[in-house]
Design a protein around this ligand. Structure first.
Ligand code: CLF
Ligand code: SF4
Length: 502
């Protein structure tokens, strides 16, 4: 069947939900997973990098309270265009939340996962969180349930979590050393007392580690989120990665600190900076030796709806949901058809990839490719794993690295969309200037179309615009462009330049 196009009117306002919430295996890793784990992750957009091009998630904001304070969080601030965990526009009662989930599931059949990620800590609001999960497990059994927590009360809730068939739990673990933790968490609320400083961090760390071990023992997949805070835990996160992997975490998601003064967070107000794209990638690469890293997290709002990177929450405000007539059994049939079509497409892609690998090794082409250097390319896409977005409409670009080893996903970079951003934004920088800055280090940008005006500045910045691969699968297009660069002798030339610089 024809796959429905995911309408994404607000893709430009990329979303960011689970600090108390976040993951992603590559499809190669996926293929090597045991069947019982593959079953759990193949259609979870956060746990599978490939799935995130096709399947959507939503969050319901049923958990207002939190039992700790993080220096990067201020739940009072809300802006519909703001993409940070902890931020919501509407708070819901569990009954409303379930109505909303059924409405979204019927409208966006690609929505496979319901997560509770805030705006506070879901497990600090156990009645509301578990009531929502209980009703959903009865009324929408085809939806995977997912929860994200800071971990403080996790050990007490593991039994309850396992009752609702929750296969995915995210724990935000920013440190395993209380001295580091004391710089991140000013206080926790523990056994009816507010505890501060190092003692607070030590309790939180102990509870997180205990909760992780208990979940793994029950066979529940655990993803660990860590916020990278330069100068605070940047040197420490490799150790965190090693420890959580040794304890059985499935995936590690290192996310950049979001810190702006206008957010009113402690870090924002005190000038703590977030990491650069290069710092984030370097740390993710350093941790990768130890475990699967998620690189496609969008730091979603606690009420995000849609594909990762888009937020369709405004289409499902409670007043709109109340007016919708939902026949869920009917919707389930449509959902099953859409999921079957996506799975068939994924399977055919997997087979095509396998046969390509076989062909390459039969032809003995690998040694030739192995001589070429890696190249970063930026992709404009609205989802579906294809190049289908106009350069001027993109508010984020996916960044891939092509090299002799193949194509690997590196991350995403947000920008101001060229067509909608006007001529200037912020400090007098034009929208195009922002994009040129954001794409620094990339040597090509692949999109469905690119206008005459940005073409020159892109080329002048060393980024080759390319609209020749519109509607092609991303990886195929990247490989084709990489091959063109190789044939044109552009790959070796850069090596010489780099060596000179070094
Ligand atoms: Fe939500 Fe988190 Fe579940 Fe995903 S989000 S509770 S695991 S369903 Fe995903 Fe969003 Fe990143 Fe979280 S992209 S913030 S990792
Ligand atoms: Fe905010 Fe609590 Fe989440 Fe920390 S754990 S980010 S304080 S909601």
């Amino acid at each position: 069947m024809q796959l429905p196009v995911i309408n994404n009117p607000s893709a430009e306002a990329s979303s960011g939900g689970c600090v108390a919430g976040s993951c992603g295996s590559t499809d190669d890793q996926m293929n090597h997973l045991p069947e019982h784990i593959r079953e759990k992750v193949f259609n979870h957009p956060c746990y599978s990098e490939e799935a995130h091009h096709y399947f959507a998630r939503m969050h319901v904001a049923v958990a207002p309270a939190c039992n700790i304070q993080c220096n990067y969080c201020n739940r009072k601030y809300d802006c519909a265009n703001e993409s940070r965990p902890g931020v919501v526009s509407e708070l819901h009662h569990p009954v409303q939340a379930v109505k909303k989930v059924l409405a979204v599931a019927a409208t966006i059949p690609q929505m496979t996962v319901l997560g509770i990620a805030g705006p506070g800590d879901p497990l600090a609001n156990p009645e509301r969180t578990f009531e929502t999960f209980r009703m959903l497990s009865e009324q929408a059994p085809d939806i995977k349930l997912c929860v994200s927590t800071n971990g403080l009360s996790l050990p007490d809730q593991v039994d309850e979590l396992s009752k609702y068939n929750i296969d995915h739990v995210t724990i935000t673990i920013n440190c395993v050393d209380p001295d580091v933790g004391a710089q991140i968490y000013p206080w926790i609320f523990w056994k009816n007392k507010r505890i501060k400083g190092r003692e607070a961090a030590a309790i939180l760390i102990e509870q997180q580690q205990k909760g992780l071990e208990m979940l793994v023992a029950k066979g529940i997949l655990v993803k660990v989120n860590s916020v990278l805070i330069p100068g605070v835990n940047d040197k420490h996160l490799e150790e965190v990665s090693r420890i959580v992997k040794a304890k059985g975490a499935f995936l590690h998601n290192v996310m950049p600190l979001i810190s702006e003064a206008e957010h009113g967070t402690y870090y924002g107000l005190t000038g703590q900076r977030g990491p650069t794209n290069e710092e984030l990638q370097a740390l993710q690469d350093a941790c990768e030796g130890d475990m699967n890293m998620m690189r496609h997290c969008r730091q979603c709002r606690a009420d995000a709806v849609g594909l990762l990177g888009e937020d369709r929450g405004a289409e499902f405000t409670m007043d709109k949901v109340e007016q919708m007539e939902i026949n869920y059994p009917e919707a389930m049939k449509m959902r099953a058809e859409v999921h079957a079509a996506i799975n068939a497409e994924l399977e055919s892609k997997r087979l095509a990839k396998e046969s390509k690998v076989q062909l390459v090794s039969i032809q003995g082409l690998m040694p030739k490719v192995a001589e070429t250097r890696p190249v970063l390319m930026a992709i404009a896409t609205k989802g579906g794993g294809i190049i289908n977005e106009h350069f001027g409409h993109a508010s984020e670009f996916l960044i891939y690295e092509a090299s002799s080893a193949g194509v690997r996903f590196i991350g995403h970079r947000k920008t101001t969309s060229y067509c909608e951003g006007g001529n200037t934004c912020g400090d007098g920088e034009s929208a195009l200037d922002v994009t040129l800055r954001v794409l620094a280090g990339c040597e090509a940008v692949l999109c469905s179309k690119v206008g005459y005006e940005p073409w020159g500045p892109l080329e002048a910045a060393g980024i080759q615009p390319n609209g020749e691969h519109a509607m092609e699968p991303i990886e195929d297009a990247i490989l084709a462009v990489y091959e063109e660069m190789r044939v044109a002798g552009k790959l070796e030339a850069k090596v010489i330049v780099q060596q000179k610089v070094a």
